[in-house]
Write a protein that binds this ligand. Structure first.
Ligand code: ATP
Length: 376
């Protein structure tokens, strides 16, 4: 390996077959995962799915029951946390209450015996936009500012990887959104690998280049946010990342590019590439489409719908105006709570509860999931 190669990958995090069991309970099943250097990576999942345990194994705070952790080319599995080139930011900022902001950030440098800290601390405080607050004590700052101090305090040690364990969990929604953008900016600026644990799908989607969706101690799917949203491979991922409108269907025919399915009398088409189910003729699949991809037309106007669209019929059960769009809940034979968000359409007064409607969309926006998999 050349020197350049080694440097380019020195911030890679590579987990090979790592697992964690507590007695007979498996918190993390053997997991293989590579986080490329310089990426913003999110471990996303509901409470108890094993994401924090995974992060703690990277940090060295938890010993894996099997497998190895590499940072770049270095096997760090046996190293204690302080010998690993990583730092962790926790939800409880854990700032030193008696020290001012400057000294909180300087702490790591002072501990290593570095005397002239002013320039480095100043740069870090500027990075997190707290240059003016250096002489305040933690309790004089807002929650978001305290969290930024915690980030500066971790980054001053020049870790190759920053681990963030639900760092925004204690903040209110508005502040959390601001801090999401702020953390993303900081990550882009420093260019090191961030591994971020969250249960909030919007947070993961906003910040991360790559998201690993975890469920029951396993990674169900890994991908870029848009890819996960548009091409979920499991019902869990489809539902965790938004509304998926899953329609029960039976495979009619499977061609080279397209699968045709029957759903309560309607025929729907989906691209083979977007079908995660075996799709054998006669087999069951769940067909999904995101609510914002769907158009809604009163049944009397069905003749105006262009050819080649997927369509199902139903009856409106509920509507709500939510500003930029109107949300319709439609009762369809194959999917009783079908949700549609129609944007910028001429409001049709007839589209009211009780109206018969046709829902239609471009087949390319359809995805297919294994109907049996929810039983796994
Ligand atoms: P949360 O968001 O609630 O922290 P998580 O996805 O991060 O959830 P983990 O903290 O990784 O989940 O925990 C995964 C599972 O392992 C949970 O069911 C938890 O109860 C269990 N667990 C974690 N630590 C221990 C322990 N020390 N002993 C026994 N079980 C544990």
């Amino acid at each position: 390996k050349t020197q350049t190669d080694a440097t380019e990958h020195s911030g890679d995090v590579r987990l090979s077959g790592i697992s964690k069991t507590y007695g007979t309970f498996t918190a993390v099943h053997p997991l293989d995962l590579t986080v490329p250097q310089g990426s913003f990576f999110a471990l996303l999942g509901a409470s108890g799915c094993g994401k924090t345990t995974t992060l703690r194994m990277i940090a060295g705070l938890e010993e894996p029951s099997s497998g190895t952790v590499h940072l770049g080319d270095q096997d760090v599995t046996a190293l204690p946390p302080y010998k690993r080139p990583v730092n962790t930011v926790f939800q409880s900022y854990a700032l030193f209450p008696h020290l001012d902001i400057f000294e909180n950030v300087a702490f790591g440098l002072r501990r290593r015996g570095i005397k002239s800290v002013k320039k480095q601390v100043g740069e870090m405080l500027d990075l997190v936009q707290l240059g003016e607050q250096a002489r305040k004590k933690p309790h004089q700052l807002s929650g978001g500012q305290q969290q930024r101090v915690a980030v500066a305090r971790a980054l001053i040690n020049h870790p190759k990887v920053l681990l963030l364990d639900e760092p925004l969990g204690a903040l209110d929604l508005k502040l959390r959104r601001q801090m999401q953008l702020e953390l993303k900016r900081i990550q882009t600026e420093v260019g090191i690998t961030f591994v971020h644990v969250t249960h909030d799908q919007e947070e993961a989607m906003t910040m991360a280049d790559q998201v690993a969706v975890m469920n029951g101690g396993r990674v169900e799917q890994l991908g870029a946010p848009a890819d996960l949203y548009e091409n979920p491979r499991t019902t869990f991922v489809a539902n965790f990342l938004g509304t998926s409108n899953l329609i029960e269907a039976e495979v009619d025919t499977r061609g080279a590019d397209e699968v045709v399915v029957k759903a309560a009398g309607d025929k729907l088409v989906l691209p083979v590439a977007r079908c995660a189910a075996p799709a054998r003729a006669g087999g069951k699949v769940l067909v999904g489409v995101r609510p914002e991809k769907i158009s809604i037309t009163h049944a009397d106007e069905a003749g105006s719908i262009p050819e080649g669209r997927n369509r199902i019929t139903g009856k409106i059960s509920n509507t709500s105006f939510i500003g930029v769009s109107t949300q319709y809940v439609v009762d369809c034979a194959a999917c009783p709570e079908f949700e549609v968000y129609a944007q910028n359409i001429d409001r049709d007064a007839r589209l009211a509860p009780g109206a018969d409607v046709v829902l239609h969309w471009n087949p390319a926006h359809t995805f297919g999931l294994d109907a049996d998999q929810s039983l796994l």
